[in-house]
Design a binder for this molecule. Sequence first.
Ligand code: MN
Length: 232
Amino acid sequence: MKALPVVKPVELPLAAPADATKRFAVSRVFCVGRNYADHAVEMGASGREPPFFFMKPAQSLFLVTAGQAQWPYPMATEDCHHEVELVVAMASGGANLTVEQANAAIWGYAVGLDMTRRDRQAQMKKEGKSWEIGKAFDASAPITPLVPVESVPDLLQQGISLKVNGQVRQQGQFDQMIWSVAETIAELSKAWTILPGDLIYTGTPAGVGPVVRGDVLQASVPGLPSLELKVA
Ligand code: MN
């Protein structure tokens, strides 16, 4: 018998000034499609449709700590897009959560990018096939260290933005979300039992677009660590 594989758990650090020895153990990574009205329109939707979900493997997380990270341009695409998103980290879970229960189950937040091989996604959509190859690839989920909810009590009155090479490309206020953070979690919990350690990428505002090698991406949410990477 060969040696059994050694598989490392996926863990994220907490943002300073939190205890640097503590880690957030990641369970699953869920993502929400089309959760800002203006992005839903740019992707061809209209009105308040029920949220839909997809997943990325926890191993696709790409941690970005202070300073500029080098992010490898992915293989198998010629049209990789940025989607800047607020990420919610769950302290506890359950099925069929109410909005209040969903809100109480949040551990904290991070800034993330739902990087997308748009050409592969579009091709698979056209063929009526699963578009996982467009979303769930290596390093497809850049993320910052996590901040506990108590440290950012006014976070959801803020917004998120992304600059590419110093120019604002995406900007959205969290109150423009079609489904609020707590509503999104409650809806998700109708289809999956949420587990402690789950992460949820909560959707992107309008302005998604391609990145090329050499681009510098800077994502920010007031109160959270900023995420800066260079496409290498
Ligand atoms: Mn997205």
